[in-house]
Design a protein around this ligand. Structure first.
Ligand SMILES: [Zn+2]
Length: 293
């Protein structure tokens, strides 16, 4: 259901804003801005016709936030400086995910066919903590790295609306699987968002709008990180290779289809947990296998 908070319109994504869709925002200042245009192509098309769109603004570079960016090819594009390179061309995009050649073979055609990927050069590079005046509406950029290096959450202070972006408070938990992602920064960013004096919280996926403080959801979201650590440590009671770990499906479940998609996610997320557990001295590796200490 669409919801309006003064000049800020919440546009729900198809399939409850689940991947490959997300929830969008449409902000009507003197500049009319669509944020994360991957909700519903028809609705975005109708907003483009009336009242119109001047700017497409991406909270970060992921494909499920820009699937319909191609509708706005001739409009301004804004994204954070730190995330800009990844949308420049498909090679940079795949590199930002740290894709291998075979992963690229799976993802690159899908990016073009399903996500309408086009090489884009942003017109404006958003800086951390910048206040952006849209004419009658001010947006405060809350820099929330971790998910991606340049992930931006947006605070409409006057309306009390906080757009969390991909810190979406879903039961699945956070994603921090890219080359530039970080578990520690993810935790810091979620805690920072929690401290913002908002009255309405909007997430880019699923439920979307929280009219009261999400409360326990903040904790539960971060607890998923510990749960992933615990599951991995348990599995590493015996020496395991990366392939063993991928196939175990500790994050997504075993034997999910399409296999390439889920194994990719499993590999990326578990890789970050391994890195962290090795650093803490809880896991050792001989270069081939990993084992709990
Ligand atoms: Zn994302």
């Amino acid at each position: 259901m669409e919801r309006r908070f003064g000049p800020v319109l919440f546009v729900p994504g198809r399939n409850s804003g689940r991947y490959p869709y997300c929830n969008s925002l449409y902000v009507e200042g003197e500049l009319r801005v669509v944020i994360d245009p991957a909700s519903d192509r028809k609705r975005l098309q109708s907003l483009l016709e009336s009242p119109g769109v001047d700017v497409a603004w991406l909270s970060h570079w992921h494909e499920d936030h820009m699937m319909h960016l191609d509708l706005f090819d001739d409009k301004e594009l804004w994204i954070s400086r730190a995330d800009a390179q990844a949308i420049g061309d498909l090679n940079s995009f795949c590199a930002a995910y740290g894709m291998t050649e075979s992963e690229k073979e799976y993802w690159a055609p899908m990016m073009v066919d399903q996500f309408h990927f086009r090489n884009r050069t942003p017109n404006r590079l958003i800086e951390p903590e910048q206040h952006v005046d849209l004419g009658g509406v001010t947006v405060e950029v809350i820099s929330t790295p971790g998910h991606t290096p340049g992930h931006c959450s947006l605070f409409f202070r006057e309306q009390g609306v906080l757009f969390l972006g991909d810190y979406d408070l879903t039961p699945f938990g956070p994603w921090y699987g890219d080359v530039g992602s970080s578990i520690d920064q993810t935790m810091e960013s979620v805690n920072r968002l929690r401290s913002i004096p908002a009255r309405v919280w909007i997430a880019a996926h699923e439920e979307g709008v929280f009219d009261t403080d999400p409360g326990e959801r903040w904790d539960n979201y971060l607890k998923v990180i510990d749960t992933r650590d615990e599951k991995l440590l348990e599995f590493l009671a015996e020496p395991r290779t990366m392939i063993d770990i991928e196939n175990e499906g500790l994050v997504y479940g075993k034997n999910r289809e399409p296999r390439e998609f889920f194994v990719f996610g499993e590999r990326r997320l578990m890789g970050k947990h391994l890195e962290r557990l090795v650093k803490r001295g809880l896991v050792t590796s001989d270069g081939v296998t990993y084992r709990r200490v």
